[in-house]
Design a protein around this ligand. Structure first.
Ligand SMILES: Cc1cc2nc3c(=O)[nH]c(=O)nc-3n(C[C@H](O)[C@H](O)[C@H](O)COP(=O)(O)O)c2cc1C
Length: 217
């Protein structure tokens, strides 16, 4: 039995492509093995506060002298970190907003990226090393190689850096671009390409969800 931590963040409740793709992964993961469990957190519907105190960026033994974060803020952070550490697989749906992360995902990241707990330090090793993290990105425009927006997605690199390089997780990115092709006149000629990318992303999510769900934790 394996546990999936499934996070979504789109502010679109009905037609969100990132939510549809994470849902496809979720369903395949659950179906892959009896007893597979999913913990779900909707970062948009149930938003987290900003990190309350800078000292919470560090594990207790690494905090500056005199640091005294609010107990309630520390408890919330503990709950989020425990949720992440208990998951065999992390799945995050991340729409591109203003070339960046939704602020709801940034708030989650600020709580869980903690040297000495979720990232290696003098106090601890790499608790999450090698654990799979699946990042589902949806972007209104075209960010493919050679496009005008190439290199302007500033959400994916941040998540790859923190989850992958800092925390040591094994990050896979599934992307659906051109999601606004049917509604933005300048993208009108790209509707089919956007639909193909979406169909491909759904297939990738189903295949990866089934594969990671079948893997014995
Ligand atoms: C606040 C906001 C900002 C956005 N900024 C961008 C952007 O910078 N680049 C882009 O390509 N699309 C942008 N979009 C479009 C979304 O990336 C696109 O609609 C995507 O499909 C959203 O994910 P979802 O389908 O899961 O809701 C923005 C949408 C919103 C709501």
């Amino acid at each position: 039995m394996s546990t999936l931590l499934h996070l979504d963040s789109s502010a679109e409740r009905t037609a969100s492509r990132s939510r549809a793709i994470t849902a496809a992964f979720h369903a395949a993961f659950r179906a892959a093995r009896p007893g597979n469990a999913v913990v779900r957190r909707d970062l948009h519907a149930d938003p987290l506060p900003h990190l309350a105190d800078a000292s919470l960026h560090w594990a207790a033994g690494l905090r500056p002298a005199g640091a005294s974060p609010e107990p309630a803020a520390e408890q919330l952070q503990r709950r989020l970190i425990d949720e992440l550490l208990a998951a065999d697989v992390l799945l995050i749906g991340v729409p591109l907003y203003n070339y960046s992360l939704p602020s709801s995902v940034k708030a989650w990241l600020d709580h869980v990226h903690v040297p000495g707990q979720t990232a290696p330090s003098a106090l601890s090793g790499a608790a999450l090393a090698g654990r799979p993290a699946v990042l589902v990105t949806s972007r209104g425009g075209d960010y493919d190689t050679g496009s005008v927006n190439e290199g302007r997605d500033h959400a994916t690199p941040v998540l790859e850096l923190i989850l992958g390089e800092e925390m040591g997780m094994c990050v896979t990115v599934i992307s659906a671009g051109l999601t606004l092709a049917a509604s933005v006149p300048a993208l009108a000629g790209q509707v089919e390409r956007g639909e193909r990318q979406y169909a491909h992303a759904l297939r990738q999510a189903r295949d990866l969800g089934a594969g990671l769900g079948a893997h014995r934790a």
